[in-house]
Write a protein that binds this ligand. Structure first.
Ligand code: FEO
Length: 387
């Protein structure tokens, strides 16, 4: 991965390929990067630090890029420990550095660090600028993209936007995977709840001339920026990205799975081109959540369990509720060997979400899919295919 930005703006971040779960919940088979940047000018500015897991490599990168200089400023875009985790170490090495943040940054920072901030901070607000010499930083508040203190920084001479978590992606920088796949999984699982704040940030960004986006995770974006910004606009406005159906099933012994797969076959026979079938008990939940937002339709198929629904389906729907899943069309299939209860729970959770159309009929099977269930299954497949 090319991390060159310019002679004056250097990448000093690190990859983490050994973390088991990012934020203690997301598998990252290709690792993750903690990005940090250094701007060299009459004054030097570091743009964020890195997770404490990467402090040694980051310190080496910073020292090499500084070539004996001392940083004047540390701009803190975001206090979450995957970026702010090395602030303490920075102040040990360079005690005279000035921390640049907003009022919320400095209210929260002492919660994470036992540091004396007296005389060491520069508090900025919306639109404030900071001259480094040829480079000028301008600060824009981006509350709740992902935390309340988040701000982004625009450097006007080279037209660079330091976008905090925005436009971030799972995966170390040498990962060859497609940007959208892992950026989408990152977005919906980490920032997904905050569509309105992301929309507000996109409106601010639209007034800037941007040639490079430097996020805090994943690759530096230099070309075709309208593609990335367009996807962020789609995602943050909760519009489906493409037509397609996610069939998500929660099956105990495989019989609900067979019914879900039969429904998927019927959808394909009816000409639905994109049908994705996911096992909620075994697949990465974050990936299934990503697909729920990606497509315009979803079918939920679940076994009844303890008078409710099989837990992985409840967990999935709980995630969708918390990520404010909305504006989609959903079909329901339940299985129950005696008193089926799964559909009632799934319907109730879906009805708590905004602008969800639940298709009829709800299909109920008892233990296994039988010929007598096929008329209803076909009707549901028709409704999904034609929605
Ligand atoms: Fe990458 Fe919200 O921290």
């Amino acid at each position: 991965m090319n991390t060159t930005i310019s002679d004056a703006i250097r990448y000093v971040g690190v990859d983490d390929k050994t973390i088991d779960l990012f934020e203690s919940q997301y598998v990252v088979p290709e690792g993750v990067s903690y990005n940090s940047y250094l701007i060299l000018d009459e004054k030097t500015a570091l743009m964020d630090t890195v997770d404490a897991r990467g402090v040694t490599g980051w310190e080496e990168n910073v020292k090499a890029a500084l070539s004996g200089k001392t940083p004047d400023y540390l701009v803190i875009s975001h206090l979450e420990p995957d970026h702010a985790g090395s602030i303490g170490r920075l102040l040990e090495i360079y005690p005279d550095v000035t921390l640049v943040g907003n009022a919320k940054t400095f209210a929260m920072l002492p919660q994470f660090f036992d540091l004396s901030l007296e005389g060491r901070t520069l508090t900025v607000k919306e639109g404030d600028t900071l001259s480094l010499g040829k480079h000028t930083l301008q600060f824009f508040m981006a509350p709740m993209v992902h935390w309340p203190e988040v701000m982004v920084t625009y450097e006007s001479s080279e037209k660079v936007l330091f976008s905090a978590d925005g436009f971030g992606k799972f995966g170390a920088l040498d990962s060859q995977e497609d940007w959208a796949c892992e950026a989408r999984r990152y977005y919906f699982n980490i920032v997904g709840k905050y569509g309105a704040p992301v929309q507000a940030l996109l409106k601010k960004a639209a007034s800037l001339s941007i040639e490079t986006i430097c996020p805090l995770h994943g690759p530096i974006l230099k070309e075709n920026l309208s593609y990335y910004i367009g996807l962020y606009d789609t995602w943050s406005s909760y519009r489906p990205e493409e037509k397609g159906v996610l069939v998500a099933y929660a099956s105990i012994h495989g019989n609900t799975r067979k019914a879900a797969e039969k429904l998927a076959d019927l959808l394909r026979e009816k000409g639905v081109e994109k049908v994705v079938v996911s096992d909620l008990a075994r697949e990465d939940m974050a990936e299934v959540i990503e697909d729920a937002f990606r497509y315009d339709r979803m079918v939920l198929a679940a076994a009844s369990y303890d008078g409710g629904v099989f837990p992985c389906m409840q967990d999935f729907l709980h995630h969708l509720q918390s990520k404010t899943y909305q504006n989609r069309t959903v079909g329901i299939l339940e299985n129950g060997s005696w008193g089926p209860t799964a559909a009632k729970v799934m319907r109730g959770m879906l009805e708590s979400m905004k602008n969800i159309t639940i298709l009829e009929p709800t299909v109920t099977i008892k233990s296994t899919l039988k010929e007598e269930n096929m008329p209803d299954l076909k009707k549901l497949a028709d409704a999904v295919a034609n929605a």
